[in-house]
Write a protein that binds this ligand. Structure first.
Ligand code: 5AD
Ligand code: SF4
Length: 472
């Protein structure tokens, strides 16, 4: 779905068209929207590359598979460019940062390479490309430690706004921190997104307020490790140390905003996740009843080799904090199977942890060796067929847990924020409960998008609950 909000005073649509294809995480979706915002005076958003003058691929480098998808997509775009000579191709995101120089040499269909630290230069790069007729490359990270209070970065464009295809005006992402300083031994992110840089509290507020003013009902705060938000601001002396830390302070300040909206955040490193933060859920309905806490493995020595800085028992203690705060807290996680040195016993420990925590869902991946990361050079790499078997076993276990938990929802009253209409079923709307479960409601009498309403759950499958509106 593509939505474009347009101010009636500015109805002259720009001549040129842009389409964007985003791979990977929510941070990339947020970056894509920032790029579209910068271009919205000159370009109209198009839904397909075939109808575009400019195509942006915002790429992901986290696993090998994501990288191959981009290269294969570029092959198809090359054929399109042969027919449509004016087409411009931009490769943005983490692949651009990691492989950009090499790609410019070997893939001549690319016009511009722009890394995640340079997306605000996109407009200038397009101008330079037009002027000099040569490929442009902008990678690396700005020297400044914290983004400026530049209105382009903290305010949404007032005249017109391109939302990302598939996104809607109801739930919006706000990046509060870029980069990562954790250097988990499997992860390429610190190399592709650089050091942690936090957005100042006042700038986060400006962005949130400007989204709420445009009808957002849910704000998702984004960072690679939101729990260490502000560590750089403290180091620089930009903010003062406080009892519960800068992320807690940011959340409590956002919880004071006098407006009805949901506030969520992702993603957390368990190492930095604190008890006071876990207890905020108990007192603030606005935060919902859902937490994503990536564990990666249930084995102590694998966690150590991954440099995750928590033991399985410390992780389980943090899970118990969350369930002390909200008894039926829905929890999800990320897991890597087949990390170098992972034995059957190590995998069994992960399997047992998944059984014990009873996650509402998991993102499970086969370990993928990445350039620049220490784990790529570790001994005892695991065979691909063993990784595949372990992944399947874990997914089957989780499927049975998810089905069981979803069935327990039948008969419950839940509060749903409706996010978008079904593209297939007339009068059907999808939304999420406070536990972040996806719900479908059929409502012929009134459109539901953007509303928060109580429902009664009547049916459950692995992926979706079905519900009826409670008569109000
Ligand atoms: N191989 C497999 N999965 C990975 N992730 C990060 N790096 C890799 C890798 N090299 C997973 C982790 C992380 C999620 C975003 O992606 O589980 O939490
Ligand atoms: Fe990667 Fe670890 Fe940082 Fe997450 S915390 S982005 S897994 S290095």
């Amino acid at each position: 779905m593509t939505v474009s909000l347009q101010d009636p005073k500015h109805t002259m649509a720009p001549q040129k068209t842009v389409s964007i294809e985003t791979y990977g995480c929510q941070m990339n979706v947020a970056d894509s929207e920032d790029m579209l915002a910068a271009l919205c005076d000159e370009y109209t958003l198009s839904t397909s590359a075939e109808k575009s003058d400019l195509v942006i691929l915002n790429t992901c480098h986290i696993r090998e598979k994501a990288y191959h998808k981009v290269v294969s997509r570029l092959g198809k775009l090359r054929l399109l460019k042969e027919k449509h000579h004016k087409l411009r191709i931009v490769v943005a995101g983490c692949v651009a940062q990691a492989e950009g120089k090499k790609m410019l040499r070997s893939l001549p269909m690319i016009d511009i390479i722009v890394g995640p630290g340079r997306i605000h230069d996109l407009k200038t790069l397009l101008k330079d490309h037009e002027r000099y007729k040569t490929p442009q490359l902008a990678i690396g990270f700005p020297k400044k430690t914290t983004p400026t209070t530049d209105t382009q970065e903290t305010q949404e464009p007032q005249t017109k706004l391109h939302l990302h295809p598939g996104k809607n005006p109801v739930s919006r992402f706000v990046t509060i921190q870029s980069g990562c300083d954790n250097y988990c031994t499997f992860c390429v992110v610190p190399h592709t997104r650089g050091h942690e840089i936090s957005v100042k509290q006042e700038d986060v507020h400006k962005k949130v307020q400007s989204m709420l003013a445009r009808g957002a009902q849910e704000i998702f705060l984004l960072g690679q490790n939101v729990n260490s938000y502000g560590a750089d601001l403290l180091r620089e002396g930009i903010i003062q140390a406080s009892k519960n830390g800068p992320f807690y302070d940011l959340l409590t300040s956002l919880l004071k905003i006098d407006h009805h909206f949901r506030l969520r955040f992702t993603t957390s490193n368990p190492h930095d996740f604190t008890y006071p933060l876990s207890q905020l859920f108990r007192h603030h309905q606005r935060l919902g009843k859902y937490y994503h806490l990536p564990v990666q493995s249930g084995s102590a020595h694998i966690l150590q080799a991954m440099k995750r800085k928590v033991t399985p028992s410390e992780y389980m203690e943090k899970i118990s904090w969350l369930r002390e705060s909200i008894k039926d807290m829905a929890i999800s996680t990320d897991i890597i199977v087949g990390f170098p040195g992972e034995s059957d016993d190590d995998f069994d420990a992960t399997y047992a942890m998944v059984q014990e925590v009873q996650y509402s869902f998991i993102y499970a991946f086969r370990y993928s060796p990445r350039n620049h990361t220490p784990a790529k050079r570790f001994a005892h790499q695991v065979d691909e067929d063993i990784k595949a078997k372990r992944l399947l076993a874990l997914q089957q276990l989780q499927d049975s847990i998810t089905c069981k938990l979803n069935e327990k929802e039948i008969g419950q009253t839940r509060e749903v924020l409706f996010l978008y209409p079904s593209s297939k079923e007339k009068h059907a709307y999808y939304g999420r409960t406070e536990h972040f479960r996806l719900v479908k409601v059929v409502s012929p009498k009134q459109p539901l998008t953007g509303k928060i309403l109580p429902v009664n759950i009547i049916k459950a499958s692995k992926t979706t609950l079905e519900a009826q509106l409670l008569s109000t």
